[in-house]
Design a protein around this ligand. Structure first.
Ligand code: AMP
Ligand code: MG
Length: 323
């Protein structure tokens, strides 16, 4: 059963759990968040596991200072102006990921962009004390409404997470507004706690909505595809293929694979999720034309892992099932 601590007493316990790669539910000014170390693949995998998300859609990364934000993303004058006007506060900026940033690829869904926000209150103090950014989607099971009280979080996720920080009802009660800023343009990706008119007043340019060709996560079936072809649920390895393995036993012909990486030799889905993107990239670099992938079970996190593998294996440039 989960521990519930009032915000005034929760800081050191929360830091201790985050250092151990655990997740913590906490109040922000928008809704309760399910937070984990944004630089840890295990913590990110735990977030998806606790929410029961069927897909690895990208998570919002929360920071406590502009110094931390600059280490993660590349700001242009327009995004800097928006951050100066609305941070801390309920505005999330989708920006280019800074090369060499320590944010884990499972958090950004390997997109090359990062969704960044600076929250107020307990979350801000916790990030500063922890010294690292926190990845935090809303603290609810996939498909349910966001929680605005600690009691709602306990009722929904209580058996799956070690700590819920109780800061009372969240003041905004709506998710953050998400905008993508690039080339002097602002695209509204999700309406939320800050109105479009407020953003336009600061930016001096109109917000674009529903723009065609916006790269929202999961819009293309093959969005996450490596350069090599990907063959899922392989029963054997064919000549010249690289092998993405899972678990202790190998499929036939594994010894002739050009390169082999194992998502989790022990068959642990959390470890497999944390290794998924980096292993696909590494096998892509092996020069093999095709990556054969051993079957991965569909239970729990396996659903999201298989979803991502299926996208990597899909015919290229095919419009996908919308999110
Ligand atoms: P939640 O997980 O409920 O806090 O929602 C997070 C939202 O941020 C989702 O709609 C994501 O798709 C969106 N998001 C996060 N990162 C990105 C990104 N790099 N590009 C576009 N949207 C993003
Ligand atoms: Mg949500």
């Amino acid at each position: 059963m989960t521990e519930v601590l009032p915000a005034a007493e929760a800081l050191s316990r929360a830091v201790e759990l985050l250092r151990a790669g655990e997740v913590v539910a906490l109040p922000t000014e928008t809704v309760y968040g399910l937070a984990g170390d944004a630089t840890s693949g295990t913590a990110a995998a735990r977030i998806f596991e606790a929410k029961g998300r069927p897909r690895f859609n990208p998570l919002i990364v929360h920071v406590s200072s502009m110094v931390m934000a600059d280490e993660i993303a590349v700001f242009d004058p327009l995004s800097r102006k928006l951050a100066a006007a609305f941070w801390p506060g309920p505005l999330t900026l989708v920006l280019p990921l800074r090369p060499g940033s320590r944010v884990h690829p499972l958090v950004t869904a390997d997109l090359g962009t990062v969704a960044l926000r600076m929250p107020r209150g307990f979350a801000s103090g916790l990030i500063a004390a922890f010294g690292r950014p926190l990845a935090a989607p809303s603290a609810n099971s996939s498909g349910r409404v966001s929680a605005t009280t600690a009691q709602a979080v306990v009722a929904d996720l209580g058996d799956r997470i070690p700590l819920v920080v109780d800061g009372g009802a969240t003041p905004v009660g709506l998710e953050s507004t998400i905008v993508k800023v690039s080339d002097g343009r602002i695209l509204l990706l999700r309406p939320g706690g800050i109105g479009a008119d407020e953003i336009e007043a600061v930016a001096g340019v109109p917000l674009e909505r529903g723009a065609k060709g916006v790269q929202a996560p999961g819009m293309l079936a093959s969005h996450y595809a490596p350069g090599a072809a990907v063959r899922t649920d392989a029963a054997s390895v064919r000549d010249g293929e690289a092998l993405l393995a899972f678990g202790p036993r190998r499929i036939a012909g594994a010894e002739r694979a050009r390169a082999v990486l194992n998502l989790s030799p022990a068959g642990d889905l959390r470890e497999a999720a944390a290794n998924l993107f980096s292993h696909l990239h590494a096998l892509d670099r092996s020069g093999a034309a095709t990556i054969a992938v051993e079957p991965v079970p569909h239970a729990g996190l396996g659903e999201a892992i298989n979803d991502r593998l299926a996208r990597a294996a899909a015919p290229r440039d095919v419009p996908a099932v919308p999110e």
